[in-house]
Design a protein around this ligand. Structure first.
Ligand code: BGC
Length: 746
């Protein structure tokens, strides 16, 4: 009887508090928290994978397992798929069943479901996939990033999911790293700008709105900087480097209002980041002022014990991570975290205050997302799935990503009466155009891609008709026929030109680790065979990171870098090859020649110099193609840089303007990039640093003046005391081949 009264009282309280719309989310959170038992609190901090509550059939829940998870372990969050993307309807069934079960729990706390919608909604069949971040960085178009993010949010929400584990804010300065394609490339400013834009877009409508989802900045911090390039291997990083290249993207993202953050699975200077109170609490909370939810990455708490060996027992691992600042554990394959954390609290190793702090953040997010009012898939959101305009947006984004790296004697664009041999493993592959996180984690399994996805071979046939197209390839990247160099030569007999499609098939995370950055021999052999025919060869690269092509580059008449540009990659490639689109993508990384030539564009002065006894051929920055490089079918000319003043003072501003003229015969888009170089500074200055960019459209013969407003914060760097400073002195400002000098005084 007593129990029944208590339950009724609790229910009453719950109903009173949640139906009172005049209470703030904060007040509702506090009221709810007060009613919760320790088990209920720890359950909220527990996130398990769908596999834990699923039958062996993808997307079909195991009701007993679900009951156990929610009623016994009170789990607050579920993530992921068991194998592949589900339909919208399947997602609705899954989410509804989960929330129905949550409604039966004592306090009816809804579950928050999280997915990795990394370049579009990865895990819903027929969702629109867009270019990967690396390709979006090549567009230099934050408005496009905004537009595709809005669609991603809508398609997630249409699937009933309100938490996206994106965007990746790791800086791509290690091209060996298998997650390089998920980054915005090597430059900090592009990463900051694109990252903040994306985060704002996910959340700006207000999280209750069916066009918004909670974003997740990841992976804090330094994940991309592994020494060997292998995923989740040690990072050694002085703090000055961390603050210069890896922290600013997160600082901007916090300012842009991201609700959640995911932690780097790796270790920095011997400390696993999940155990770093310094990074998670001192830097992230106190310095950056982040107030949202910190979630671990996959299994990373227990790995403090099982992998990193800094915690002598599994419980010590949990204590370490929670006390360092992790609020939610992506456990995700069992309930060990729940049991261990409970024990730890009972033993006084983790305080109830710390638990309350974490749970408050989780509940607050659930309130803000409107999950307490309606945890189910929303009809208005469902209506936003798969709209036809998403396809044209995917094409716009793929178009702007295309980066033309070589066009000898204007071999491109082709006229449409050419006879073309289409060769190479990417010619008939869909997965090699989309890459990781595409309907499956690895993105390799082509059966899940939309049926109207096109290959490069198909879109070339669409342009010139099947009678003009030959191929020596078969479907799928890995088919052995695609690598048969002996077949290529005879196949080219009747062709005027060869379009050779090389690169990488899809991969994600550690399966993408590579021992060598050189394109594999079997692909280089195809290039050599193609060149030996004497026909012009256009190399189309579909790849997530710059695989070295130095030995074959001289024989290629044209090179088109396509990255992994999503659903409309093949259409965009053909449009560029045949001149139906004038390419305007520019590299977001330096394309190296070889392992010994990995120097990034924002190099230091001493990297610029080659001492005589070493090799002094081309200076220190000698990539195959430099950062920011990309050709067009038209030409652009700059006037001189105009400054509103040569003197920048303390808190003043100067306007930097330049006139750009399209001097060719075709309309085109062009990105104006402003770089700075300080002549002398207390620590060695960068030779170049991107400070601003703007993409414009110019009709043939048209000109436009582009202006940037520069203040001291645009010129800053991290000094030896780890402070961001702008030191007085002379700076060169550079746009294209133009340069102007300014002086900064305090
Ligand atoms: C990845 C994360 C991802 C998580 C959940 C991990 O392996 O590192 O980026 O969000 O899995 O799928």
């Amino acid at each position: 009887m007593k129990n029944i009264v208590a339950i009724l009282f609790a229910l009453l309280l719950t109903n009173i508090s949640f139906s009172q719309n005049n209470l703030s989310d904060e007040q509702k959170t506090n009221t709810l928290l007060k009613q919760m038992t320790l088990d209920e609190k720890i359950g909220q901090m527990t996130q398990v994978a769908l596999a834990v509550v699923c039958t062996p059939t993808d997307g079909v829940l195991d009701t007993a397992a679900l009951r156990k998870a929610i009623q016994n372990y009170k789990v607050g969050s579920i993530l992921n798929v068991t194998g592949h993307a589900l339909t919208v309807d399947q997602w609705h069934i899954v989410i509804t069943q989960i929330q129905d079960e949550a409604k039966k729990s004592r306090l009816h706390i809804p579950v928050i479901y999280g997915l990795d919608g990394m370049h579009g909604q990865t895990y819903t069949l027929d969702a629109t996939l867009f270019p990967q971040n690396i390709a979006m960085a090549a567009t230099r178009n934050p408005d496009l990033a905004k537009a595709i993010t809005k669609v991603t949010a809508k398609e997630l929400r249409a699937s009933g999911v309100r938490w996206n584990f994106a965007p990746v804010l790791d800086c791509g300065r290690q091209p060996l790293w298998s997650r390089f394609p998920e980054t915005y490339g090597e430059d900090v400013y592009i990463g900051k700008t694109m990252g903040a834009t994306v985060i704002k877009t996910y959340e700006e409508d207000g999280l209750r709105n069916p066009t918004a989802v909670a974003s997740c900045m990841k992976h804090y911090l330094g994940y991309s900087a592994s020494r060997t390039g292998k995923d989740r291997t040690p990072i050694y990083m002085p703090e000055i480097e961390m603050r210069e290249y890896y922290l600013p993207q997160f600082r901007e993202a916090v300012k842009a209002g991201s609700s959640t953050i995911m932690i780097n699975s790796g270790e920095i200077n011997g400390t696993p980041v999940h155990a770093s109170k310094y990074l998670l609490t001192d830097v992230l909370r106190k310095e950056l002022g982040f107030q949202g939810l910190i979630v671990s990455d996959w299994e990373d708490i227990i790995r403090l014990h099982t992998r990193h060996n800094v915690a002598p027992t599994p419980r010590a691992a949990v204590v370490m991570a929670v006390n360092a600042g992790v609020d939610m554990s992506m456990v995700p394959s069992d309930f060990s975290f729940f049991d261990l954390l409970k024990e730890a609290v009972q033993k006084g190793e983790v305080s109830v205050n710390r638990i309350d702090e974490a749970v408050k953040r989780i509940l607050l997010l659930k309130f803000k997302l409107g999950l307490f009012e309606n945890p189910y898939p929303e009809d208005v959101a469902t209506a936003n799935f798969g709209k036809p305009e998403y396809q044209s947006l995917a094409l716009d984004a793929a178009h702007e990503a295309m980066t033309l790296l070589k066009n000898q004697n204007d071999i491109l664009p082709f006229s449409k009466n050419k006879k073309i041999l289409v060769a190479g493993p990417s010619a008939q592959s869909i997965s090699a155009l989309n890459g990781c996180w595409s309907y499956t984690w690895q993105g390799k399994d082509e059966q899940w891609y939309p049926k109207d996805s096109k290959t490069i071979l198909q879109t070339i046939i669409d342009k010139v008709g099947s009678t003009n197209v030959m191929t020596c390839t078969a479907k799928g990247f890995d088919n052995m026929i695609n690598f048969d160099a002996d077949k290529l030569k005879p196949a080219a007999a009747g062709a005027d030109v060869i379009v050779l499609c090389l690169g990488e098939n899809a991969y994600a995370e550690s399966p993408g680790n590579t021992r060598d950055m050189i394109l594999p021999d079997e692909q280089l052999n195809l290039a050599k065979a193609a060149a030996s025919t004497g026909k012009p060869v256009i190399l189309v690269l579909t790849e997530g990171r710059p695989r070295f092509i130095t030995s074959i580059e001289p024989q290629m008449k044209g090179i088109l870098m396509t990255y992994w540009s999503g659903k409309k990659s093949a259409e965009a490639i053909a449009d560029v090859l045949f001149g139906d689109y004038n390419p305007d993508g520019i590299l977001p990384f330096s394309y190296p020649k070889s392992m010994g030539e990995i120097v990034l564009y924002d190099r230091k002065p001493s990297e610029e110099v080659r001492e005589v006894f070493n090799d002094n051929i081309n200076g220190g920055y000698d990539p195959l193609f430099p950062f920011g490089f990309g050709l067009s079918y038209t030409t652009f000319q700059y006037g001189d840089i105009q400054l509103s003043s040569n003197n920048l003072k303390a808190d003043g501003k100067i306007t930097v303007s330049i006139t750009v003229k399209n001097t060719g015969t075709r309309d085109g888009k062009h990105t104006v990039e402003l770089y700075s170089h300080e002549l002398y500074a207390s620590i060695t200055p960068f030779m170049k640093r991107l400070r601003a960019f703007k993409k414009i459209s110019l009709k043939a013969g048209e000109q436009q003046t582009v202006s940037f407003i520069i203040s001291k914060s645009d010129l800053e760097f991290v000094n030896a005391q780890l402070k961001e400073v702008t030191e007085p002195g002379d700076f060169d400002l550079m746009i294209g081949d133009k340069k102007a000098r300014i002086n900064y005084k305090l």
